[in-house]
Ligand binder design. Structure first.
Ligand code: ZN
Length: 578
């Protein structure tokens, strides 16, 4: 329930004896806390607000945020939204018991009550679609496949599904949390098929907390199995380990790879043909998400929420898959980014880094990524590395993952980097990351939930102290039930020595170290004291209006940066005027 504008004021006038002629009484700050309404700069406002975690949340929610560079598309959507989509699509849900005896709540295609046939924005924004009255109540009491609409017709099933598909109620920092989390992705299946609807939902979520850019990880959508290009590529692997494809992949995964031989040349030509189609499909997902949101142009101030949020893709490869499959995914990722670098800005390697298959093949994966980087024109490389702690894996696996991601796979950004101080030569790694630079994507809530690492145990302050560019990101905000605002809030609460200027640097880093194409508005990334000449005011600082005009003729990066600076200037000025 909400009252808006004048009616609410009128109601207050009627209910209070003082009437409306008197100015409202000032709000008194709690004892020992300065009045936050008296601040004269954004830093003062920040220092004041951080004494009250709730006031801090409000301030940081209102703060414009550049980008969220590390999140997984299917993990970023709240399961409540997936339930809606599943009910509208007429999907089934497997409620048979898992190993612990609880219902699995895994989505399946077909065999259910037909939905409305509108698995789009209507399904994302509407209530969960309950089962039709004509359906027998027994349909929802089975213990195998039941229609997804049953979850919308029973509070018990609905709550059970939300708990099974998210971290709600799971104790943080336990092995149970880790295992529960990674098992969720295998259950989402067809509920996540409508990528445009998911992207539209993400953009709306981002808009609510003033985020301007999303660099979203997802799997590449393959053409149909009978597509001639896909068949030609698959045929190169049909003879198993002796095939042209498998032989080339074995070469790519070795340290001493040179240049592609005849087999390799065939494989590369075949994957480029597939990638041309995949690139078109992924670019179209973005266009379709804009259409679902009702956008005409991102510059239109009256456009619906979410239209102002730029979204770009990273293609995932899955490190827990067999090596030859990881190789195929990597070939597709690099070739697709090469085909449309503007929309498919990079590649990433995902899934549990501590899993057995991922561990034993780690070096092969890094060789593969490093070698493909020499063959295809540059794709942004952001690699999960060091999402580990002592005890989770044998000691040797703590010693080299970040090192190899930086030195062998030539990552431009590292995801998590929690285990950096376990690595052999960690000081040299930090120095190299600062110098190259290689940014680190810090996911505070994720690390607390899955690894039990937070506060003083987290290496975030160390990265900052060693001048490694830091960005804050969400990882899986739907499953983890968090937000980008919460990452900034935790950074402010857990590390009292960070000032507003530190948070602003993280914020600017999130666009500067993004894989958006085109020039930057900054000459000094990481410091942000010197704008490029076309953005510079006569006094040397940033001329936001001039920069915005210049950026229009530039690529994506400058345009998003200029929009962000415009908003940030407004936010900071509002607080300076208090
Ligand atoms: Zn991640």
């Amino acid at each position: 329930m909400s009252f808006q504008g004048k009616p609410a004021l009128l109601l207050m006038c009627l209910l209070t004896a003082a009437g409306c002629s008197a100015a409202p009484a000032p709000v008194t700050a709690p004892a020992g806390r300065p009045a936050c309404s008296q601040t004269s700069s954004i830093d003062e406002a920040f220092q004041c607000a951080r004494q009250d975690p709730n006031a801090l949340r409000a301030l940081l929610l209102a703060m414009p945020k550049g980008g969220d560079l590390h999140h997984h598309l299917t993990g970023a959507i709240y399961p409540e939204v997936l339930l809606q989509l599943a009910s509208y699509q007429g999907l089934s849900v497997d409620v048979s018991p898992d190993a612990s005896g609880s219902p699995k709540f895994a989505f399946k295609s077909g065999g259910a009550t037909p939905g409305s046939g509108k698995p789009d924005m209507a399904a994302v924004t509407a209530d969960c679609l309950a089962c039709p009255a004509s359906q027998s109540p027994e349909t929802c009491t089975g213990n195998a496949l039941i229609p997804a609409c049953c979850l919308c017709s029973s509070g018990t099933l609905y709550d059970g599904a939300v708990n099974a598909l998210s971290m709600r109620g799971v104790p943080w920092g336990t092995l149970q949390a880790h295992d529960h989390f990674f098992a969720i992705f295998g259950k989402l299946g067809p509920a996540t098929n409508n990528r445009a609807a998911l992207l539209a939902q993400l953009r709306q979520q981002a808009s609510r907390e003033n985020v301007l850019y999303l660099e979203t990880m997802s799997s590449a959508p393959l053409p149909p199995a009978d597509d001639p290009d896909l068949k030609a590529f698959k045929d190169l692997f049909a003879a198993g380990s002796s095939s042209a494809g498998a032989t080339f992949c074995a070469q790519l995964m070795a340290e001493d790879f040179g240049t592609p031989d005849e087999n390799g040349t065939k494989v590369i030509a075949a994957i480029r043909a597939v990638a041309a189609q995949v690139a078109k499909a992924m670019a179209q997902q973005i266009v379709d998400s804009s259409q679902l949101l009702g956008c005409s142009s991102s510059d239109d101030a009256s456009a619906p929420p979410g239209c102002e949020v730029t979204v770009r893709h990273q293609i995932e490869m899955h490190r827990t898959a067999p090596p030859v499959v990881v190789c195929q995914e990597a070939l597709l990722g690099f070739a697709t980014s090469e085909a449309d670098r503007q929309h498919i800005v990079g590649i990433n390697i995902v899934a549990a880094e501590d899993a057995y298959v991922a561990r034993i093949n780690y070096s092969k994966h890094m060789n593969l990524i490093g070698n493909l980087g020499k063959i295809f024109s540059p794709a942004g490389r952001a690699l999960h590395a060091g999402e580990l702690i002592e005890g989770l894996v044998p000691p040797n696996d703590l010693r080299f993952h970040i090192h190899d991601a930086v030195w062998v796979a030539r990552a431009q950004r590292i995801g998590h980097g929690v285990a950096v101080t376990y690595e052999t030569g960690s000081g040299e790694i930090l120095d190299t990351m600062a110098k190259e630079p290689v940014a680190v994507e810090i996911n505070l809530v994720s690390n607390a939930q899955l690894l039990g690492i937070q506060g003083k145990e987290h290496p975030l302050p160390l990265y900052v102290e060693r001048h490694v560019p830091v960005v804050l990101s969400t990882d899986d905000p739907g499953i983890m039930r968090t937000s980008l605002t919460e990452q900034y809030r935790l950074a402010a609460l857990d590390y009292p020595h960070f000032r507003y200027a530190d948070l602003r640097t993280f914020n600017r880093n999130s666009l500067e170290y993004s894989f958006l194409t085109g020039a930057s508005i900054w000459e000094d990334p990481g410091t942000y004291a010197r704008p490029v000449a076309d953005c510079r005011a006569s006094g040397g600082g940033l001329d936001v209006n001039r920069c915005t005009a210049w950026a229009k003729g530039q690529g994506d990066k400058a345009q998003v940066q200029a929009r962000f600076e415009q908003r940030l200037r407004g936010f900071e000025e509002r607080h300076a005027r208090n």
